[in-house]
Ligand binder design. Structure first.
Ligand SMILES: [Zn+2]
Length: 214
């Protein structure tokens, strides 16, 4: 008697939990396939910020006239170049990071969180910083939404040649959008000697190519 009572208590508990389980897993995919970052992904994200925070300027390695002519970092960010400050700037704009499918993009910004695609985790640390910096700019609102790149947009995507920006919403019409700020960051990396001039220039040119004037 006691046994069967216990048994029926257990079965109803089991049916109840199984029901909850079914509801949870059948509803969730309707919303998205986002998930929390795995421990390994979290580690990669942490290393990305740690790398950025090592980029503290010492001496400018290029001539002052060239620096003054091209440096836009301070006018965009309202503080002088500092990896530590830039790390805080990004983290104040994106409190949450999730993993999920991002289609043609490496990452996406939505409602205060950055959705990272599989490709993000196989990028090198500098490219990961560029992606986070770009996405964090989207937190600043519609002013920084992308515009459609011209149909004859001739430039290659440096991260993935299969991504063709022509005719897609992958350009900026403002100088300080996601692409303009990553360009300004790369310029400082070249100016302070964190990248060679040729690496900095090719990366800078690639980002700035997305800034178009209507
Ligand atoms: Zn973007």
């Amino acid at each position: 008697m006691a046994d069967s009572k216990l048994h029926s208590k257990f079965s109803s508990l089991f049916i109840f939990s199984f029901g909850i389980f079914l509801i949870f897993f059948s509803i969730q995919p309707l919303f998205s396939d986002e998930s929390k970052l795995s421990a390994k992904q979290n580690k990669i994200l942490k290393e990305t910020f740690a790398y950025l925070e090592t980029l503290e300027p010492k001496r400018i390695k290029i001539d002052k006239t060239t620096y003054n002519r091209h440096s836009q970092f301070e006018s965009f960010f309202k503080f002088s170049f500092s990896g530590k400050k830039l790390s805080r700037w990004i983290q104040s704009r994106s409190k949450k990071y999730t993993f999920g499918s991002t289609g043609d993009y490496v990452a996406m910004y939505q409602d205060g969180e950055i959705l990272l695609g599989r490709g993000f985790f196989s990028l090198n640390r500098l490219d990961r910083v560029l992606v986070l910096l770009h996405e964090a700019r989207h937190a600043d609102g519609k002013n920084y939404s992308h515009v459609v790149c011209p149909d004859d947009f001739p430039y290659l995507n440096t991260r993935d040649w299969k991504i063709h920006p022509a005719g897609k919403k992958g350009c900026d019409s403002v100088p300080d959008g996601g692409y303009g700020i990553t360009a300004s960051f790369l310029f400082e990396l070249g100016a302070y000697g964190f990248l060679s001039q040729s690496d900095a220039a090719y990366r800078y040119n690639s980002e700035i190519s997305r800034v178009i004037r209507d």
